[in-house]
Design a binder for this molecule. Sequence first.
Ligand code: GLU
Length: 313
Amino acid sequence: MSFKKPGENIITFYRGRFAPSPTGPLHFGSLVAAVGSFLEARSRGGEWLVRMEDLDLPRAVPGAADDILRTLDALGLHWDGELMFQSARNEAYRAALAELEKLGAVYPCACTRREIADSALSGIDGPVYPGTCSGGLPGGRSARAMRVRADSGAVGFDDGLQGRVSQMLATEVGDFVVRRADGLFAYQLAVVVDDAEQGVTHIVRGADLLDSTPRQIYLQKLLGLPTPAYMHLPVAVNERGEKLSKQTLAPAVSVANPVGALFDVLVFLNQSPPSELIDADPGSFWKWAIAHWRAGRLPAVRSRPRSRVKALE
Ligand code: GLU
């Protein structure tokens, strides 16, 4: 598989991205990832792409993708180049899976969720697959998912904010799914294929994905794709410590007061915006934010209550 613009992947070149899933409107939590990735890119003179992760169509909410894109636009979060939609990328995922099959890195798995839950130890992200099908499908059973064999060594990387992260894939995650039982390609595979296709050099996203990164680096290595630089921002949580999300009923970002929402994100990310910035128009807001963005001030924690922002105002 070829990397789109290898010649551009030099030290001075920066291409970031924001990759929302269209499961609902943009809310404060997703706005943190959008603004953080945008400012990190723009303050370094880099490009910023948007990719709609609408691969998981059963979970996609009709109209949510358009709604997210309209909101980004209204907030002045203007992206470079073409939008990418994962729903149009099945061919590329299939090619990547074929590559993994050629390497002998994947195997079909017949296990149901319940069978796995009954015999697995729990790992960093759900049950660690006990390896039931790794030596071949049990007699009379047919393949449901495809799994990649996890290597027994450690996979590590230096996160731009969270520091050194190291994971033993085999014992902490286990052999993981790259094509699901419902036939859809798994997020872990799609994200790796797409980041490479788009020539993304720097990934800034929420720390809820920190534990997924070693799986993604592992797949990059298997597929011979470059590993981007990673920076995982704190996830906004409510008073009960739950991630702000559609499930925890996080309200949609209001486009009626775009700068209000953006201002709150800067406070959340310790950028100390001056109080008069809240009355600025989006153009002046971004001018200030890009000029004053300091990655060194970001809170190096995995999560942070959003209420802290309110208290600081
Ligand atoms: N689509 C994922 C999400 O909304 C983000 C994927 C990524 O940034 O790698 O949680």
